[in-house]
Design a protein around this ligand. Structure first.
Ligand code: NCD
Length: 361
């Protein structure tokens, strides 16, 4: 099996063969859970959750417990010294003294990157602001593979909040590498895919159609990935109220869908999938939740076994004085983390922030 890198910060840290290895291992864990019961005996995961979570945190913790390991952590920043103003870097360095691997979720983009650059143990990004969510994508990939039996020639509709929804950013980054992928990006104009996702897509010649109408895409889709409008990311709540309820998937809409459509959602849902759809055999979202634990078990095993101590994604960043170039994304970790060096990487035009991928000015 491939030697993995030390961390998982974005899904593009994983090669296609590493993803295949994780899926193969997850399937073996599903088939033979007893074989893995003691695999991580004496190992400890720290779950640092600065943002609410049900599935992601429970699945990380259950994954480690089912591997025979133990868990420490917090589910809200009010529970620890973060409430006293401790930085992500200092928190990560402290936790490293007690744990073997970290899973971190933070409301600021690039927080997991900051944690990873301050510790020697593996760091997993469990969601950073509206940026990335690579382990949700691994759960999504296991679900797609189980339901569709292939990653090739799939037409995938991503519907809802494509601007702030971190799960769709990571899913596009994963699926764009497979032959014959075609995307429908279904969103209101105000919630279109961010520039960094679109730029990466243009570089790899993948067919993608942007539309505001779910009905237009429906008959074509093999996979429909619904998402919640991300209320917590809006700086203007009136804007959120205008956009909520834009898309509601219900049984009449599904009459135009393929018989073998796979309906997915990272959950939690608000109102974007009517409860009546749960009884439809095409609704895969609770199977998707279950897959999340097994793929995280596989990931924990692989990261703890990694012998490659390099961090190759920490690339040739350039440092600028904040007065010369500044990241203006208020959701970026660089907007709050004390002592953080502003770092940028050369883009096609200008520079982008290494923490959040936004264009710097
Ligand atoms: C998602 C997240 O946190 O980004 N949930 C999850 O991890 N399963 C989706 C969401 O909150 O809408």
């Amino acid at each position: 099996m491939d030697i993995m890198k030390k961390d998982l910060l974005e899904i593009c840290n994983l090669s296609t063969s590493e993803i295949d290895d994780l899926i193969t291992l997850a399937k073996d864990i599903i088939k033979n859970p007893d074989k893995y019961r003691e695999h991580c005996k004496n190992k400890k995961i720290a779950t640092l959750f600065y943002e609410p979570s049900t599935r992601t945190r429970f699945s990380f913790e259950s994954a480690m417990l089912d591997l025979g390991g133990t868990v420490v952590g917090f589910s809200s920043p009010t529970e620890c010294s973060v409430a006293k103003g401790e930085s992500v870097a200092d928190t990560a360095r402290t936790v490293e003294c007690f744990a073997d691997i970290i899973a971190i979720r933070h409301f600021k983009e690039g927080a997991a990157y900051v944690a990873a650059t301050n510790v020697d143990i593996p760091v997993i990004n469990a969601g950073d602001g509206g940026h990335h969510h690579p382990t949700q994508t691994l759960a999504d990939l296991l679900t797609i593979y189980t339901e569709k039996k292939t990653f090739e020639n799939l037409t995938i509709g991503l519907c809802g909040d494509l601007k702030y929804g971190r799960t769709v950013h990571s899913l596009v980054s994963a699926m764009k590498r497979y032959k014959g992928t075609k995307f429908y990006f279904i969103s209101p104009t105000k919630l279109k895919m961010p520039e960094h996702v679109m730029t990466a897509l243009e570089n790899c010649n993948i067919e993608h159609i942007e539309t505001a109408y779910l009905e237009e895409a429906m008959p074509e889709l093999d996979v429909l990935y619904m998402t919640r409008i991300q209320r917590e990311r809006f700086s203007n709540q009136a804007e959120y109220i205008k956009l909520k309820g834009t898309y509601i998937l219900d049984s009449p809409k599904l009459e135009f869908a393929k018989e073998d459509l796979c309906i997915m959602h990272p959950l939690p849902r608000v109102d974007e999938i009517a409860v009546e759809v749960d009884a439809d055999p095409r609704a895969a979202y609770f199977r998707q939740v279950k897959n999340g634990k097994f793929i995280r078990m596989a990931l924990i095993i692989k990261l703890l076994e990694a012998t490659n101590t390099e961090r190759p994604y920490i690339t040739d960043a350039t440092e600028f004085a904040p007065t010369v170039i500044k990241c203006r994304n208020t959701r970026c970790i660089s907007s709050i983390e004390q002592g953080l060096t502003p770092l940028f990487i050369k883009a096609k035009t200008g520079y982008r922030c290494i923490y959040c991928d936004c264009k710097a000015r």
